[in-house]
Design a protein around this ligand. Structure first.
Ligand code: PMV
Length: 315
C-alpha cells in the first residue's frame, strides 16, 4: 500500500563531550539540535518510473537503479526497502536539509534518517528508532569508514544520549534544561580524514593517546552526573577541559580556538569544538540571559553562523 505524499524529518546534533575518544570505546554525550533539520518528501510517480532521489541542497539527483553501491542516500533507500521487504516503489524522494554539511552537525545521518523514515512511511511501515538507528549506522560507514555510531543514535532517537560504542543506548535525564550556542567556523571538515589522522597518531604513540582518551572518558562521566543533577557550571568547566584535551589530540584549529576563547571572554560557562574538529562547529554553554551577548561576540570573532538551542529531555 502506498500513500500519495509523505513527509518525514530528522534533526541535526552536536557532541557535547567525548568525540574521538568515543571511537576507542570511551563514552560520549550528544544532543539533538532541532533548529536545523533534514526533510524527505515522497511523492508517487507514474508506474514503471522507479524511485528517484532529488537532493538539490546536496547537489545530488539520481535514479535508484543507476546509483552506485556507495551512494549514501541510495544505500539508505536500499537498506530501507530490504528492511520492509518491499520492491522499489514508483516515487520521487525530495530531500532538503538545513543541517550544514561536513561541520559536525550530523548532516549525513540526518538526511539518511529523514529519507529512511519517509520511504518506510510511504510504503505503509513505521520504523522504530532502533530499526532506523541500525540502518543509518550502515550508511554512516560509507561516509566515515569507522564511525562510532553516535551520530545515528542521537539523531534517530532525537534525545540527549550517553553513548558507548556497541552498547545499548542510554538516554540522559536532563534535570535542568540548558542553553547552547553552536558557532560555525565556516570551514568544512570531513569527519573521515580527522578520524584517520587521530588513528595514525594513536598508532604512533598509543600510550599518550590512550591516556588522553581515558581522561576524556572521565570528563564524560562527570558531565553526565553534572547534567543529571543540573550543575551547569560544572558542565561548562568540563566542556572547556575537554577542549584542552582535543587541542592536545591535534584536532582543533586556530579558528576553532578563536571562537572558543571569544566565548570564554564573553562570560560563557564553557566552550569547546564539537565533532571531528579541524573546522566545523564549536559549542558554548551559556546562561540564558547572556546568550545574545555571547552570540554577538561569536559573530564578531568571525563565526559564519550561530545557532541557539536548548537542551532538555523530551518525552
Ligand atoms: O561527524 P562529526 O563531525 O560529529 O564527528 C563524529 C565524531 C567522532 O567522534 C569524531 C567520530 C565518530 O565516529 O564518533
Amino acid at each position: 500500500m502506498t500513500s500519495a505524499q509523505i513527509q518525514r524529518s530528522a534533526p541535526g546534533k552536536v557532541i557535547l563531550v567525548g568525540e574521538h575518544a568515543v571511537v576507542y570505546g570511551q563514552p560520549a554525550i550528544a544532543v539533538p539540535v532541532t533548529q536545523v533539520r533534514a526533510t524527505a518528501t515522497l511523492q508517487a510517480a507514474p508506474p514503471g518510473s522507479g524511485l528517484s532521489i532529488v537532493a538539490s541542497d546536496l547537489n545530488r539527483s539520481f535514479s535508484l537503479r543507476a546509483a552506485p553501491e556507495d551512494e549514501p542516500l541510495a544505500a539508505a533507500a536500499r537498506l530501507t526497502l530490504a528492511h520492509v521487504t518491499s520492491p522499489e516503489p514508483d516515487a520521487v524522494a525530495t530531500v532538503h536539509s538545513t543541517v550544514p554539511i561536513a561541520s559536525g552537525l550530523g548532516s549525513g545521518a540526518a538526511v539518511s534518517t529523514a529519507l529512511a523514515r519517509a520511504l518506510a512511511a510511504f510504503l505503509g511501515h513505521a520504523l522504530d528508532p532502533a530499526a532506523i538507528n541500525a540502518l543509518v549506522f550502515e550508511v554512516e560507514k560509507i561516509h566515515h569508514g569507522t564511525p562510532s555510531g553516535i551520530d545515528n543514535t542521537v539523531i534517530s532517537y532525537e534525545q540527549p544520549v550517553y553513548f558507548v560504542r556497541g552498547r545499548p543506548i542510554e538516554r540522559l535525564a536532563v534535570s535542568t534544561p540548558f542553553t547552547l550556542l553552536v558557532g560555525d567556523t565556516g570551514i568544512p571538515s570531513p569527519t573521515k580524514s580527522a578520524v584517520e589522522d587521530v588513528r595514525r597518531a594513536w598508532e604512533d604513540d598509543p600510550a599518550h593517546y590512550d591516556a588522553l582518551f581515558d581522561q576524556i572518558g572521565d570528563i564524560v562521566d562527570d558531565a553526565r552526573r553534572a547534567i543529571e543533577i543540573g550543575d551547569v557550571e560544572e558542565l561548562g568547566m568540563l566542556m572547556t577541559e575537554n577542549h584542552a584535551l582535543l587541542i592536545e589530540m591535534g584536532v582543533s584549529s586556530p579558528q576553532l580556538d578563536e571562537l572558543v576563547d571569544a566565548a570564554q571572554f564573553s562570560g560563557a560557562l564553557g566552550a569547546k569544538l564539537s565533532g571531528a574538529g579541524r573546522g566545523g562547529n564549536m559549542i558554548t554553554l551559556v546562561e540564558e540571559d547572556l546568550a545574545e551577548d555571547t552570540a554577538q561576540v561569536l559573530w564578531e570573532a568571525g563565526a559564519k553562523g550561530v545557532i541557539r538551542t536548548k537542551v532538555a529531555r523530551t518525552g
